[in-house]
Design a protein around this ligand. Structure first.
Ligand code: BGC
Length: 333
């Protein structure tokens, strides 16, 4: 066996051992797409890691599914590692660990450019390719971004609110994280779109910590603090369902307009039931698939577009059932 192959196998096995030790210390889950059998080690071409901000999140499981399907086609050994529940420090630590394990490529979010830039630089210095997915860290050393144009998605959300409502509107914004770049862009795009409409006022903004219960608590606080609220805008995947949980508990007779993000099954059900009025569509499955393909091309030395947007649009109840591109796994036409 060649020395380079032996070295590659050694680095890979070291990474597996470090992964297990590290994650058991943190009490996190290590989810392996394939088991590290001798066969897998000898048949894979590349070793990539997908590091989402939260493992146990339906949205990220769709990204993982896309990545796993592409990995199978391209003989990639793929791992899905990260915090069980969103935690910026653990997210950064997991990326650092993947760098230490000398993987071939990393797919992750660039949630806060300042803290992610040094890590991406370190990865590149070690010859590891970096593709940001879902959230870009502009100005960092990542080679490619695959995901939604987050500013634009917020802008079309604002345009939807303008088109769908009449008269004075007081909007409560529920956002995943106040400090995450993509969430900030979705809020900024929204604010810019409605800024010319004097009848639309942003009443307040609260954080959901990207959980349904967090979104419900945030919406409840907004309803309490701003009694004139007429509309909600939720900027991350579980915010819409959290918002309607709060409006239902609030026992208000007012019909509040709800604009949500992402076509997860519960959100689509709520759109169909008339509880959510419009949804901003993203394509998480395609993000995962294209990110793996992008890393494969980087490994092969191909030049590519640094910004690879996966498309976004707004749908209403009349657009159901969803077309193939908009349909998440598990939602039937
Ligand atoms: C965002 C992801 C986020 C998820 C949380 C999505 O809208 O694009 O970055 O992790 O919501 O549920």
């Amino acid at each position: 066996m060649k020395w380079s192959k032996l070295f590659g196998m050694g680095a890979f096995l070291t990474f597996c051992v470090i992964s297990v030790l590290f994650l058991s210390v943190l009490g996190q889950d290590l989810v392996k797409i394939e088991s590290a059998s001798d066969e897998a080690v000898s048949t894979y071409q590349y070793h990539f890691v997908l590091v989402p901000e939260e493992l146990d999140n339906e949205y990220w499981q769709l990204v993982q599914k896309g990545a796993a399907d592409a990995a199978e086609v391209h003989r990639v050994y793929l791992e899905y590692l990260g915090p069980k529940q969103a935690d910026l420090d653990d997210h950064l630590k997991t990326i650092d660990m993947a760098i230490a394990g000398h993987v071939d490529g990393i797919m992750t979010q660039g949630l806060d450019a300042k803290r992610y830039k040094p890590l991406f630089q370190k990865a590149r210095e070690k010859g590891i390719d970096v593709v940001t997915v879902d959230t870009d860290a502009e100005g960092s050393k990542r080679q490619v971004y695959v995901g939604t144009d987050n500013y634009y998605s917020g802008f079309i959300a604002g345009q939807a609110l303008i088109a769908d409502t009449k008269g004075e509107q007081y909007v409560g914004i529920v956002t995943g994280r106040l400090d995450a770049i993509h969430q900030k862009l979705r809020v900024k795009g929204f604010r810019d779109a409605v800024s010319g409409e004097k009848r639309i006022h942003i009443a307040g903004i609260e954080e959901s910590a990207i959980t349904k219960s967090g979104a419900s608590g945030a919406a409840y606080k907004l309803l309490n603090d701003h009694t004139q609220l007429t509309a909600f805008y939720g900027t991350s995947a579980l915010d819409g369902v959290g918002i309607i949980q709060a409006t239902e508990q609030y026992h208000s007779s007012k019909d509040v307009y709800v604009l949500a993000f992402d076509t997860l099954p519960d959100t689509i059900q709520a759109l169909d039931d008339g509880k959510i009025d419009a949804v901003v569509v993203q394509h998480p499955y395609e993000m995962g698939y294209q990110a793996v393909e992008s890393l494969v091309r980087l490994q092969q030395g191909d030049k590519q577009e640094p910004l690879q947007y996966t498309g976004t649009s707004v749908i209403r109840r009349g657009d159901l059932p969803l077309h193939q591109m908009e349909r998440p796994q598990g939602v039937q036409p």
